[in-house]
Ligand binder design. Sequence first.
Ligand SMILES: [Zn+2]
Ligand SMILES: [Zn+2]
Length: 89
Amino acid sequence: MAECFFHTGRPAVARCKQCGRPLCSECRIIKEDGIFCSLECAERFSVFAKRAEELEAKRNKESGTSGLIKFIIFLVILFAIYLIIRRFL
Ligand SMILES: [Zn+2]
Ligand SMILES: [Zn+2]
């Protein structure tokens, strides 16, 4: 394993989840989100995670809407076919 980013010669026990810096047991900051080298990294990661979550939620919402639109188009096509068939009968 690599040595600590802040202490030369001290073996790293973890890596910052945000920037990937190797950290010794003294330098690591343990948060509920993971292990970080600094509070800035922890903050940045939580912002990033929150944004990713929002993006995911937005994507799910959009795919739900497009699914509904597809279903409506399908019904319209079905209705058009019904009208065409009725004209021939
Ligand atoms: Zn970091
Ligand atoms: Zn250290």
